[in-house]
Write a protein that binds this ligand. Structure first.
Ligand SMILES: [Zn+2]
Length: 119
């Protein structure tokens, strides 16, 4: 029998829940669901510049798990960009950290982000 998936630790609920072409309705059939843990891999790896290894530590899961959900998240984003799909953020196996995780305590985080967001 498969084990129930281990919850992935995320730091915050996402701030925005629906993405897609301007003016397109979220209830159309062109909708893709992105799990909150998938979103978290994008936030950690692409936004904050974590390696997959660091993201795995942060989310308390195996690196292969992070790699898989990160790839899924990237495909969904690509499909939204290319095909005009609407991404709705909801669901997923996760727990919210209690503010005592590496990232929440890491004072270098802000500096890191500044250094990596030159676009
Ligand atoms: Zn945290």
């Amino acid at each position: 029998m498969p084990r129930p998936p281990k919850p992935r630790v995320i730091c915050h609920d996402p701030q925005y829940l629906v993405y897609g072409p301007k003016g397109k309705r979220a209830n159309s059939t062109d909708r893709i669901t992105m799990m909150v843990d998938e979103f978290e891999t994008i936030r950690l790896i692409d936004y904050l510049g974590y390696t997959q290894e660091e993201a795995a530590d942060q989310m308390k899961v195996a690196r292969t798990t992070v790699q898989r959900i990160y790839n899924d998240a990237r495909k969904k984003i690509a499909s939204s960009f290319v095909d005009g799909k609407i991404i709705v953020l909801e669901g997923g196996e996760f727990t919210i950290c209690e503010g005592n995780c590496e990232e929440c305590l890491e004072p270098l985080r802000e500096r890191r982000r500044q250094g990596r967001r030159n676009f």
